[in-house]
Ligand binder design. Structure first.
Ligand SMILES: [Ca+2]
Ligand SMILES: [Ca+2]
Ligand SMILES: [Ca+2]
Ligand SMILES: [Ca+2]
Length: 292
């Protein structure tokens, strides 16, 4: 079990620091009731934008991160590749998103179309219960090729979630949480984004989202999908992920990087209790001096 990254809610503390300053409250000669102070704190708390925290991560580097989401490669069409191995592919330098490595699928040996699979191990989500909410899986994808090649209508990338230990469904567009087909030698980098709808391509776990990329045209194009999300229900106790890939030429490549589970930190009730105690004490103090 990894150590969840600690995410401090600094904005909240800035708000509290301002409220708890008796000098600031009384300097203008105005008084602040306990009710008003609590209302301000609550509004500040609710309005604090909290970014998502990476709970599990896989960047396919040689050295695994401390919060590694472990994976197993199903067959030899999927390989860990580096920037050098992908340097001749189009678009240029888009085989790896971050770090030195990514995972790449290509039927480089058997050009008849062999399914490539990568399975990410089951993650116990109960460890995050009450601590993080709004969990989701995110996967980044690019499609590269030799100069005139790329992924076509019959080539695909699919994501399958497994909730609470259920078996992965068999490989089909209708069974996948997300199924993305290529089109006319489609090639795009990790910075591509569809014109409509806006990224990321998102589905609830167990749902079914079928896409074709690019929506129109083909070849090298920025109007493509590069970010995919599966939203998890807070009640799920475990999640596993399988990625399936297919193409049928040694000049067609699917690349994935930065596979992660994110969650948003739930404000700690204990902090709220401390705030109430602090405000109450401050108010009692001010009542004695008739300022509250
Ligand atoms: Ca990487
Ligand atoms: Ca092709
Ligand atoms: Ca093809
Ligand atoms: Ca399904």
């Amino acid at each position: 079990m990894p150590n969840p990254p600690f995410h401090e809610n600094s904005s909240t503390f800035r708000i509290l620091a301002g409220i708890s300053s008796t000098e600031k409250i009384t300097r203008s000669g105005k008084t602040l009731s306990l009710f008003s102070a609590l209302a301000i704190v609550t509004m500040g708390w609710m309005g604090t934008a909290q970014g998502a925290t990476v709970l599990y991560f896989q960047g396919f580097e040689d050295v695994a991160p401390t919060n590694a989401w472990n994976y197993a490669i199903g067959n030899s069409t999927v390989t860990q590749v580096g920037t050098l191995a992908t340097s001749g592919q189009v678009p240029l330098d888009q085989g790896v998103l971050a770090g030195d490595k990514s995972l790449q699928h290509s039927n480089r040996v058997n050009g008849t179309g062999v399914l490539g699979t990568v399975t990410f191990s089951s993650v116990d989500l109960t460890q995050f219960s009450g601590l993080y909410t709004g969990l989701y899986i995110e996967v980044r994808l690019s499609s590269t090729g030799t100069s005139a090649n790329g992924n076509d209508t019959g080539d695909y990338f699919r994501m399958f979630s497994s909730i609470n230990g259920a078996a992965f469904e068999t490989d089909s567009a209708a069974n996948a949480d997300i199924s993305l087909a290529g089109r006319s030698n489609a090639r795009w980098g990790f910075n591509a984004a569809p014109l409509s709808p806006n990224p990321p391509a998102t589905v609830a776990a167990g749902g079914n989202l079928q896409l074709q990329s690019p929506p129109v045209g083909g070849g090298t194009n920025d109007n493509n999908y590069s970010t995919f999300r599966i939203n998890l229900d807070d009640s799920a106790s475990s999640i596993a992920l399988r990625l399936n890939f297919l193409n049928d030429s040694s000049g067609e490549f699917w690349n994935v990087d930065n596979v992660a589970i994110y969650g948003t930190l739930v404000p700690e009730p204990s902090k709220m209790v401390l705030v109430v105690f602090g405000l109450t004490a401050a108010c009692i103090h001010r009542r004695r001096s008739k300022t509250c």
